[in-house]
Design a protein around this ligand. Structure first.
Ligand code: ADP
Ligand code: MG
Length: 589
């Protein structure tokens, strides 16, 4: 039976209503409500840290913004909690946008450090503002009313909390299974490949940072009305760490990991509160030590979290190929045969004291396959990086279809119709082959996060997947659509990269050593694909060491040596050139 997108949330809702209706002790219901509140924050961390690769210790501060906003405005301005929820979300979004804009450009360890800094700053801000009651906080926060119903205590609160958790989880699952989701999942592998596919990585980083902050803010809103009081302590850095702990424990890469992590932490916490004083006789912060030990054990034995080991035993949801009826995507107008597609003029790149590319000029015309060859270290990959905007030129310029593209960011160059593969395959191993290739069609879709969360993007999504499937067929990989990319053999990974590059409907395709690591039959298949592409009018610049392949498929060859342009000509001319022979022999001796 095919599972619809609504099956899980509806089943979840039924379970929540059932639990509320069953005569469970009030204590359990309160525990489950707490788990739900934590889950909301941790769901945001799954998106931000587990999937997007951005570690944040500062989520508790956003819980605080949501909690203080609603507490202050319901108390001081007498506003309804439903209105203050919206105001709190707006305030959170504004602060997250500012903080994100500043900190998300940082890389490596700087970002987590910055999140600690803002977590501390917001904590002390809350504790020092007179209007917010300083460290005593605000008391007497009213409940959340729906008509005559009080939703902020007991069973109604439990249902409200979990309805919000289910909504957040549902929208997150939908988001990850979309054009935007693929872009988000590409963030973790470094920005080079994502940008080459046209993804504005900073924008998506800020986007997931915002969503995570909003989830945290909703949790704060629930907290304030349920506790009827707010003070800074639950929003400090200790809780920021604790939320991250829950994400890692549960499984930061999984939506199910958020709820698992929140539940395990909460239950463990309660058990320890009873157990530890009995063991040690005194009260103290032993729980922190135990949590530390648990975290180390989890990292060692379940590095992907508790949920990952459960999920492995569940049947994997198979995507059905229901895109066959989808309309094809629009193609871009292609250059006329013979038109100058790429002109490289005196391109130069200096790394410190090394001139990797030394005033190299050549051009590529529409419908040609041009080979760029030369010994290792000749500067071929660097030339590719200069053309595609991965590196800035030291001097010279690059024209694409008569327009200057040097100086543009690589996603802008991709938008104009230049697509590429990488010498070292760059892919998202945890995503299927089909999804990896669909990332190549990023610029051909426009549905954003909101329509994905609400599942309004399905028509466009089917068109993108149809295109991805078509390109995979084109390179002979129709049988591997649903395999995880990380499980592919090297040759298949390279073909997948070509399909991904083709998915952007390029006017110029740059292939960096596509035959490296391929077996004989795979090389023949690759040569066939290249010839077919040329027959269909594609223009290709090919870096390759396999001379049989190069001589076989190219129309024209440019030879580089030590960063300079050695010669160029037809395959026959290059084969006969003593200079080329010397260059290659020189490296072999
Ligand atoms: P090829 O692809 O022809 O084998 P590359 O373009 O990768 O050669 O490298 C050309 C030269 O530039 C090499 O000497 C290499 O070590 C150097 N190089 C490449 N990238 C960098 C970099 N980012 N920083 C410093 N040196 C680099
Ligand atoms: Mg190279």
């Amino acid at each position: 039976m095919r599972r619809s997108a609504l099956t899980l949330p509806v089943a979840g809702l039924a379970l929540v209503v059932l639990l509320a209706w069953l005569p469970l002790p009030d204590f359990w219901i309160a525990q489950l409500s707490s788990i739900g509140q934590y889950s909301l924050v941790v769901l945001g961390l799954v998106l931000l840290t587990g999937i997007g690769g951005l570690t944040s210790f500062g989520q508790a501060a956003f819980v605080g913004i949501g909690a203080y906003a609603t507490a202050y405005l319901t108390l001081q301005a007498g506003l309804s909690p439903w209105i203050t929820l919206a105001v709190g979300l707006a305030l959170t979004a504004a602060s997250a946008a500012v903080i994100g804009w500043i900190t998300l450009r940082m890389s490596g360890h700087y970002l987590p450090l910055a999140t600690i800094a803002w977590g501390l700053a917001l904590y002390y801000l809350m504790g020092n503002l007179d209007a917010l009651g300083r460290y005593d906080g605000l008391l007497g926060v009213p409940g959340i009313a729906l008509g005559r119903w009080d939703l902020s205590q007991g069973r109604p609160f439990f249902v409200l909390t979990w309805v919000l958790v289910l909504l957040a989880g549902f929208s997150l699952v939908n988001l990850l299974d979309s054009r935007t989701g693929r872009a988000i999942r590409s963030l973790n592998g470094g920005s080079r490949m994502a940008e080459a596919m046209g993804v504005n990585t900073l924008r998506y980083k800020i986007g997931i940072f915002l969503i995570a902050a909003l989830f945290a803010s909703v949790s704060g809103w629930l907290f304030a009305h349920n506790q009827q009081t707010v003070n800074p302590s639950p929003f400090g850095i200790k809780w920021g760490i604790e939320y991250l702990f829950m994400a890692v424990l549960g499984g930061a890469g999984y939506v199910g990991g958020a709820v698992t992590g929140a539940a395990v932490t909460k239950l463990l916490e309660d058990q320890l509160q009873v157990l530890l004083p009995k063991l040690f006789g005194t009260s103290g912060s032993y729980d922190t030590i135990v949590f530390g030990v648990v975290l180390v054990l989890v990292l060692k034995y379940l590095p992907d979290g508790v949920w990952a080991s459960i999920a492995r035993r569940l049947p994997r949801r198979r995507r059905s190929a229901d895109w066959s009826g989808a309309a094809p995507l629009d193609d871009r107008p292609k250059p006329a045969p013979g038109e100058a597609v790429l002109e490289v003029h005196a391109a130069r790149k200096v790394f410190g004291g090394l001139t990797a590319v030394n005033d190299v000029s050549f051009s590529v015309r529409a419908g040609q396959i041009v080979g760029l060859i030369g010994p290792n270290g000749a500067g071929k990959s660097t030339t590719f990086n200069l053309i595609t905007g991965v590196l800035d030129l030291t001097a010279g310029e690059v024209l694409f279809r008569g327009e200057r593209i040097s100086g543009l960011p690589s996603r802008e160059i991709a938008r104009r119709g230049v697509s590429r593969t990488f010498q070292h395959v760059k892919m998202i191993p945890g995503m299927t082959v089909l999804e990896n290739v669909a990332l190549g069609a990023h610029l051909r879709g426009r549905c954003g996060a909101l329509s994905a969360m609400l599942r309004l993007d399905r028509a466009e999504e089917q068109r993108l997947l149809r295109e991805a499937a078509r390109q995979l067929e084109r390179v002979g990989m129709a049988d591997s659509l649903h395999e995880l990319a990380g499980n592919l053999a090297m040759g298949q990974q390279r073909l997948m990269e070509i399909a991904r590059a083709l998915c952007s409907d390029p006017a110029l395709l740059l292939l960096d050593e596509p035959a490296a690591g391929l077996r004989h039959l795979e090389k023949q298949a690759l040569a066939r694909v290249l010839r077919e592409l040329r027959a269909q009018g594609m223009t290709i610049l090919l870096v390759e060491h396999d001379m049989d392949l190069v001589m076989d498929v190219t129309d024209h060859i440019v030879v580089m040596e030590f960063g300079t342009h050695l010669m160029e000509g037809t395959p026959a001319e290059v084969r006969q050139s003593p200079a080329v022979r010397a260059a290659y022999l020189g490296t072999e001796h």
